[in-house]
Design a protein around this ligand. Structure first.
Ligand SMILES: Nc1nc2c(ncn2[C@@H]2O[C@H](COP(=O)(O)OP(=O)(O)O)[C@@H](O)[C@H]2O)c(=O)[nH]1
Ligand SMILES: [Mg+2]
Length: 294
């Protein structure tokens, strides 16, 4: 994932025998070019500059190690848990995000993942904005072998959710995954709809959703930080599913998003297939980015 960024950092470090200010400036520049905000890039590189001017680095690998530590610390400085949380009867996972961010794909991937863990999964087709959206989800659910609760196109998404939660109770399902719309007539409508869905969930499952995942398109770059802020204001987002991490994404936005919103990345989407989902491990990611092998 994010091969370009990993490679660029690696190239910068490789073949160097000593560390100087110029190299650290280059590193900062490289991070900024990779969609990391200036502020976040500085928070990662400034501690390296401090060490460099105080005692200097003996080996380039010390820079890698300290960079990995800084990235890891940033990714751990969050409110909430890193792993997927499942509680409630049934546990509820609400999937939100703008159009094309990979919500429906994420829903299908999670359904398959949880089913594999032995959970009984039910999916709610709460994107009723377009008939094609329900059809797309139905195909996935069929393939994965999980139940789907759907209404007609244009139906009230909150009513779909209400039915799905009650069906889950009646049938003894463990988890309900809710796929939502990413586009309505305007942004305010979308946010209102998400709030309404949240209220309905609370009526049936008093502890509320165990996860509200925001699907983000990794190729969107800095703009995804704005999206994240907007959704966080409307609903109680608990973490991110960063999709299209396999593509041309520069990858740096992930660090800006976590550092600004203080919420965990829970999964990476690494392709269009059902198994292309990876639980996010901050420490592995940090080491990979800093080019520490093994
Ligand atoms: N390469 C890649 N494509 C993805 C990934 N996740 C979703 N997509 C594609 O992105 C497009 C939009 O996905 P969809 O789930 O329909 O987004 P939604 O509008 O948020 O429901 C589809 O063509 C998906 O196949 C991913 O992790 N990697
Ligand atoms: Mg969709």
């Amino acid at each position: 994932m994010f091969k370009t960024l990993v490679k660029k950092i690696d190239n910068l470090f490789n073949g160097r025998v000593s560390v100087d200010e110029e190299m650290l400036d280059e590193l900062e520049e490289l991070l900024i070019q990779s969609d990391i905000s200036l502020e976040t890039a500085m928070s990662l590189v400034d501690p390296l500059r401090e060490v460099n001017s105080r005692s200097g680095f003996k080996y380039v690998d010390e820079v890698r190690a300290l960079l990995a530590d800084n990235i890891s610390r940033l990714l751990h400085s969050i409110d909430g848990e890193i792993g997927l949380q499942l509680s409630g009867n049934p546990s509820v996972i609400l999937i939100t995000g703008v159009n094309g961010s990979g919500k429906t794909t994420t829903t299908a991937k999670l359904a398959a993942l949880l089913k594999k863990r032995g959970l009984r999964v039910l999916v709610a087709a709460a994107d009723t904005f377009r008939a094609a959206a329900v059809d797309q989800l139905a195909v996935w659910c069929n393939r994965v072998g999980v139940e789907l609760v759907k209404h007609q196109e244009g139906a009230d998404p909150a009513a779909v959710v209400f039915d799905a939660l009650n069906a889950a109770r009646a049938r003894g399902a463990d988890t309900v995954l809710i796929d939502t719309a990413g586009r309505l007539h305007n942004k305010a409508n979308l946010m209102e709809e998400l709030k309404k869905i949240s209220r309905i969930i609370l009526k049936v499952v008093p502890e509320g959703p165990s996860e509200v995942l925001l699907a983000l398109d990794a190729t969107t770059g800095q703009n995804s930080v704005n999206q994240a802020r907007l959704f966080k204001e409307a609903v109680n987002v608990t973490g991110f599913m960063l999709n299209k991490a396999d593509g041309t994404a520069k990858g740096g936005a992930i660090l800006s998003i976590v550092s600004e919103l203080k919420l965990p990345v829970k999964f990476l989407g690494t392709g269009e297939k059902i198994e292309d989902i990876v639980p996010f491990d901050p420490d592995i990611f940090a080491r990979e980015l800093a080019g520490i092998k093994g």
